[in-house]
Design a protein around this ligand. Structure first.
Ligand code: SAM
Length: 399
């Protein structure tokens, strides 16, 4: 069995440049992909929930000419993945010099969004505006994308939101006042320290921005040799709020460089509400019902609708993954707790994939060593309840 603990992995590579919640562990995906690539003829890889693009980047690293296809509903995920897969241009050093010059001579200009003064101190806004203006002056789309994703990190670091949670949660005023404004120096350092990691330029990349339940219609039956993904484990609101985490950065980044459908910036939680499990679009099938019934029976009536809504759409998404995939499906999953009941997403998913003709080849597991979501999260009857602390990788092969 493949050892996937990688407990010493510290993200000093490209995957640590721009933070994103609940990312995969790159060496885990790499070793699994390498094993499958070695034994099979794989020329296309698909991630329907690509997030920060960990798996897609690792696939491109193994075979640059591989056809890479991904989808995500979050425009920040889209931008990070685009930047990792497309890299920076040969003129990056010149552009960095120009960028730093532009920061120096940035003019005063009007820029604001709802509650900007709640989430940023006035002097921080002043510095961020200079960087924002400077990036818009760079003509290369690929170099701008790299600058934006570094900028996204700086925005998060210097916002008035606590770093202990992915949700927007205002800091105490003492902590807000204590923050040293090193915005520009910090940004410049991160640019200089990281641009050399963006050297890969994958030629065959298709990134779809939108809801996978709609976007996958663009993909043909059995058009992907291998699907490798990590979907949300439940509705974003009660699991990981990817949208809320990204919202401040999305307000700052020039919309021209974001692949926006138009609704994303309506409010801080719109992306989470539009994500899987947020607004249910499908009904549970009879087979789906039998898989989740043992859990539902133990969950209080008020918590059941969220679980049902999530699984109704999740199963439709799995149907689609099975339709699109020709050979292998690799999924990284965690089991979450609702009302103290551990919902075994791994087992449910495996059974669903087997029902659709994909046989389970291997199940791997690893402890999750570093987590921003505290191990004890929600409360039931005033007692803290454990959140996920182990993740599983299931590998299925078409029969
Ligand atoms: C567990 S994360 C993926 C993390 C990724 N593997 C990485 O290493 O960064 C799940 C992703 O699913 C996306 N997502 C949620 N609902 C979606 C939907 N309906 N369509 C497309 N993407 C969705 C979220 O925006 C999030 O980026």
């Amino acid at each position: 069995m493949t050892d996937i603990s990688f407990s010493n992995y510290r993200k000093n590579d490209i995957h640590g440049v721009s933070l994103y919640p609940a990312t995969m562990i790159a060496p885990v995906q790499h070793i699994i992909l390498a094993n499958i690539f070695n034994e099979n003829n794989i020329s296309s890889v698909y991630d329907p929930y690509h997030g920060s693009g960990t798996a897609l980047f690792e696939a491109a690293k193994l075979d640059l000419n591989c056809n890479i296809t991904g989808c995500d509903i979050n425009p920040l995920a889209h931008l990070i993945t685009y930047s990792k897969l497309k890299g920076v241009t040969q003129k990056i050093k010149d552009d960095i010099q120009s960028l730093f010059d532009f920061i120096e001579k940035a003019p005063e200009y009007d820029f604001e969004f709802h509650n900007i003064n709640k989430w940023f101190r006035a002097d921080i806004i002043y510095s961020l505006k200079k960087i924002r203006w400077a990036i818009t002056q760079i003509s290369s789309k690929r170099n701008r994308a790299f600058f934006w994703i570094v900028f996204a990190n700086i925005i998060r670091k210097y916002s008035n939101s606590r770093s202990s949670t992915y949700k927007l949660h205002i800091k105490d005023i003492v902590d807000i006042n204590k923050l040293q404004n090193n915005v520009i120096r910090d940004f410049q350092k991160q640019v200089e320290n990281n641009y050399q990691k963006f050297t890969l330029k994958a030629p065959n990349v298709t990134l779809l921005k939108g809801d996978i339940l709609k976007m996958s219609r663009k993909l043909g039956d059995r058009s992907m040799d291998l699907t490798i993904t990590s979907p949300p484990y439940g509705d974003n609101g009660t699991t990981v709020p990817y949208g809320q985490f990204s919202s401040l950065a999305l307000f700052w980044i020039n919309p021209k460089d974001l692949n926006l459908e138009g609704w994303e910036l309506d409010n801080y939680s719109k992306i989470d509400r539009m994500s899987l499990g947020g607004q249910c679009k499908n009904a549970l099938t009879a087979f789906g019902k039998t898989l989740i019934a043992p859990y539902l029976n133990q969950i209080s009536a008020d918590k059941q609708p969220k679980v049902i809504n999530f699984f109704a759409d999740y199963f439709v998404s799995l149907d689609d993954i099975c339709r699109v995939t020709d050979k292998y499906i690799v999924m990284t999953l965690g089991n979450r707790t609702v009302d103290r009941i551990n919902i075994n997403l791994t087992e449910i998913t495996s059974q669903y994939l087997e029902f659709n003709g994909f046989i389970l080849v291997e199940t791997l597991s690893r402890d999750i060593p570093v987590k921003r979501t505290p191990r004890k999260t929600s409360k039931v009857g005033n007692e803290a309840v454990s959140s996920m602390n182990e993740e599983f990788v299931i590998i299925h092969n078409r029969q």
